[in-house]
Ligand binder design. Sequence first.
Ligand code: PEP
Length: 255
Amino acid sequence: MGTQRRCLIAGNWKMHTDRQGAEALARAVAEATASLTDVDVVVIPPACFLEAAGAALAGSAVALGAQNMHPEAKGAFTGEIAGPMLASLGVRYVLCGHSERRHVFGERASFVGDKVRAAHAHGLTPVLCVGETLEDRDAGRTQSVVAEQLDAGLAGLTGSQVRDTVIAYEPVWAIGTGRTASPEQAQEVHAFIRARIRDAHGADCARALRIQYGGSVKPDNAAELLGQPDIDGALVGGASLDAASFASIAAARPA
Ligand code: PEP
């Protein structure tokens, strides 16, 4: 874990839980992580349970995140949710360009960039998700794919907005597959991302920006991943649906 950066552990509940389950899980995460003062913890419930989960988190240090948002602040966009709506529910973080949005719903990199800019405009911290497919990796395109997603995702931001953006490197082949990138594979891409940020936005910005790893993070592999110098946290899917597993990832420390 980068020595100057606070670790950020976020749990993406995707399209899981019901209202009661979301409240119970949020409460259980708050209790299970209450003693962890050196790490930032975020839960990311389905949009319809944000309010209920937020109420269950009241008084705790666990922050609320959203899985997606539309770049426009309001308008005729049936089924979409705007940044100001999320902010009014107490949401602090928002995923932008999760691989399921890119690959299942066809979101283009420039649209993801629109969301990142809009998130900043509405006082939300965007978590820009980037990552290559297995086909990209096998064809030696990991860096070019990640660079393109990164450049489009950060386009038009000021230096301080870039610094206050969270990047989540999530190789698509490791998401929900039980197949994790090795710590060395993950570190290699994280270092590439940080170097690209440094070249475009300067060393101070690159040093401060947090880069999470995501892709089948579990209690038994978290410490080794978080021990890498450029890995500053985890974006957790499946294991975040169990409060004890999620808390044990948040508590994981390099040996
Ligand atoms: C994710 O949803 O971003 C994710 C990394 O999922 P999982 O941990 O289940 O692979």
